[in-house]
Design a protein around this ligand. Structure first.
Ligand code: AMP
Ligand code: MG
Length: 689
């Protein structure tokens, strides 16, 4: 048995009777059963429509058929409204309340008065607006100028359905506010007339023979063929389309949660924030028999084994800077949206010929945001200011500095090319183009770009949370007294701030002594709170190297011996499905390994993809002999176009990290660098710091 036998769609109207001739602004309804159109009816007003609906429901019930009845107006208002009006958050209570308030007859109704009355309860400036009547109505603003809406302007679904109107706008082409107010009382009466036979989606389970469902034909349909009435064509298309869905497809579309505001069938709900599958337990396995892994091989291995680990959510643009786009973002508007002038000056129809030009000035002016409505006649010029939309008759602008002004005329010297000093519509970005691609880590510049092209919210990967944990019996907390043999924990403040600068969220997991139980417990806590765990210390294979020992015991640890200086082995493993990057304890090695290994690994896991730092060749200001077999990173900085290195390569010299402004990278082979030889310098900034 299929979910429904008959599919009827209704395109509602909030207006009055439009007469006997089928017209677009009245009510249209279509019934499809067994794949065939059974009726396509013009219903000239709501009284006719209500009778038609009663007859339909009666017929379908009598025949034992299940009826899907779609209406193209919201079944609920934005969050909070129902409760404010009825004292309950049950939208069906609001239906009943409206039923008692609305007066409707084919030629007149009280929708504007009722909107004004409701507004008066909230201070008289909203939530409803627009009055199509000649007479003023107390509390109902005619325009949005003095409008204040105490409720969200849009329902959640409307922020996802491009081009939808709000339920608050009571009049104007395409608006639905009037339709909701004039439609819900009818649905309320029908629901009670067929008590127990009707379920309302998505507020009630659809376990009755009749379902009322909110639809919006413009959601998926293109424009109607030119010889057809749009509303008639649309109800037919929607009815046919829905009747052709499999039960499973329809069930999926109907599976939404929107307890108060309702939803539009077919608009996908936010994907539940299910994190992607965890990394494989063996993702850090190294090829057998390898002794010292070259840096590039280690990096390639990380790149091939890791994938994004955070969920996806939609956030307002202002909260998105630094986050990673999960999908391509398409421009909703061109930039610039209209052709405009790039300078202050005088606009006319170009080109201007060589030699002296005199043009009479047209009265008025065009400024940014204040367009000139008229037409500038050929041979005339108009005062125009930077950013102003080019008025009709203007395609070229002469700079005001190049013009003399006298007796209502301008004079200047040509030639001037057609289009000079203007910007074409869409010359920067065209509506529909991809403005930014998935994996983009959003920058302040992107905020301007996305705003300009009308993007108010963006799908992003949730920020990657990185737990930072120090290990070692010798460590004391900054501010505590440090006894003999003790040192302050220097890594955690460094790593926490590195994580933050690189655009991830640091989670402070404190310090833990070299004790397996304590470490085990802390790793459990870290795994519960973060997407990745970064430890420092204890990563080698010594007696007190508990990080590696624990991970080894858990069967998920690899000691990566990388041919790299400075750096001791990295311990890489999985702890309760959470990747652990075990850095060396030595702060210099810990920082270098973070920049070279952890950063691209974390970027990949954050959804940004693999990142490589941009370096460049600069003449060396130093001499150095290097043996083959491992890659070296020297603490370095640029001075007078040459790169100098810290006087000591000692890996305990933390001050060299501060002295430096980047790293010199020396390739794996042997090298004898003389002053003036090119070496590769990577500024800290290239690591995102
Ligand atoms: P480990 O990797 O635990 O053998 O430590 C190597 C060196 O780094 C030792 O000298 C440690 O004392 C030092 N060290 C380890 N952790 C830290 C830390 N959080 N801050 C400063 N030094 C550290
Ligand atoms: Mg240690």
């Amino acid at each position: 048995m299929s979910l429904f036998d008959s599919f009827a769609m209704v395109d509602w109207s909030g207006g009055n009777d439009t007469g006997p001739t089928p017209r677009k602004d009245a009510i249209w309804a279509c019934v499809v059963r067994d794949g065939k159109v059974r009726a396509l009816d013009y219903l000239r007003n709501r009284v006719v429509a209500e009778t038609w609906l009663r007859d339909l429901i009666e017929t379908e019930l009598a025949a034992g058929r299940r009826l899907f009845l779609g209406f193209d107006f919201p079944f609920g208002y934005s969050q909070g409204f129902t409760e404010a009006i009825t004292g309950h958050d049950d939208p069906l209570a609001l239906w009943d309340w409206l039923e008692t308030q609305v007066e409707d007859s084919p030629n007149a109704n009280n929708r504007f008065d009722l909107a004004g009355l409701i507004n008066s309860r909230f201070g008289g400036k909203g939530p409803f607006w627009m009055n199509a009547l000649r007479r003023d109505i107390d509390g109902l603003p005619r325009t949005k100028q003095d409008y204040h809406n105490p409720f969200p302007d849009r329902r959640a679904v409307e922020t996802r359905a491009k081009g939808s109107f709000t339920c608050w706008q009571m009049a104007g082409a395409g608006s639905v506010g009037g339709q909701v107010m004039m439609g819900l009382p009818v649905l309320s009466r029908l629901r009670h007339a067929f008590d127990g036979k009707v379920a309302v989606w998505p507020f009630q389970p659809l376990d009755k023979p009749v379902a009322f469902v909110e639809i919006w034909p413009s959601l998926n349909l293109g424009s109607a063929p030119p010889d057809q009435i749009k509303d008639a064509w649309q109800v037919e298309q929607v009815a046919l389309t829905l009747s052709r869905l499999s039960d499973q497809e329809l069930t999926e579309q109907l599976d939404v949660s929107a307890p108060e505001e309702g939803w539009i069938l077919g608009v996908p709900q936010d994907r539940p924030n299910i994190a992607p599958p965890p990394l494989r337990n063996d993702c850090f396995a190294l090829p057998a028999g390898v002794n010292w892994t070259p840096v590039d091989e280690a990096l390639a291995l990380l790149q091939s084994r890791l994938h994004p680990v955070t969920g996806i959510e939609t956030v307002p643009l202002l909260q998105s800077v630094g986050l990673v786009l999960a999908e391509d973002v398409v421009a909703k508007r061109s930039n610039p949206p209209q052709p405009n002038t790039a300078v202050d000056g005088y606009g006319f129809a170009g080109p201007a010929a060589d030699g002296a030009q005199v043009m009479p000035l047209t009265e008025g002016r065009a400024a940014a945001g204040i367009p000139f409505d008229g037409q500038v006649p050929p041979g005339h010029a108009l005062r125009i200011l930077t950013g102003a939309t080019l008025p009709k008759g203007v395609d070229t602008v002469i700079l005001e500095e190049d013009v003399t002004l006298k007796d209502g005329h301008i004079a200047f010297r040509g030639p001037l090319k057609k289009g000079a000093n203007t910007r074409r519509a869409g010359e920067d970005v065209v509506e529909g183009d991809t403005a930014l691609s998935a994996r983009r880590k959003l920058t302040p510049a992107d905020m301007a770009l996305l705003s300009a092209v009308g993007i108010a919210e963006v799908p992003v990967h949730q920020a990657l949370r990185v737990a930072v944990l120090s290990t070692g019996d010798e460590l004391v907390e900054l501010g505590d007294a440090a006894g003999a043999g003790q040192i302050f924990d220097a890594n955690r403040p460094m790593l926490m701030s590195l994580i933050g600068r690189m655009g991830f969220v640091p989670v402070d997991m404190g310090r833990v002594e070299d004790n397996r139980d304590a470490l085990r417990q802390r790793l459990d806590e870290a795994a519960a709170q973060a997407d990745v765990i970064l430890t420092s210390g204890g990563a080698s294979a010594g007696d007190e190297d508990h990080v590696s020992a624990l991970l080894r015991d858990a069967g998920a640890m690899q000691e990566w011996r990388i041919a790299l200086k400075p750096g001791r082995p990295l311990a890489l493993g999985m702890w309760s499905d959470t990747p652990v990057l075990g850095l060396p304890g030595n702060p210099v090695a810990a920082m270098v390994c973070t920049l070279i290994f952890a950063r691209p690994a974390l970027s990949l896991m954050s959804g940004e993809g693999w990142v490589e730092p941009q370096g460049f060749e600069v003449p060396a200001a130093f001499e150095k002999r290097k043996k083959p077999g491992r890659r070296e990173y020297l603490r370095a900085r640029l001075r007078d176009g040459r790169v100098e290195v810290f006087h000591s390569e000692g890996s305990g010299r933390i001050s060299g990290l501060s002295w430096a402004e980047g790293l010199v990278e020396i390739e794996d082979g042997a090298r004898h660098i003389q002053p003036g030889d090119p070496v590769r310098f990577i500024p800290y900034g290239s690591f995102g710091l």
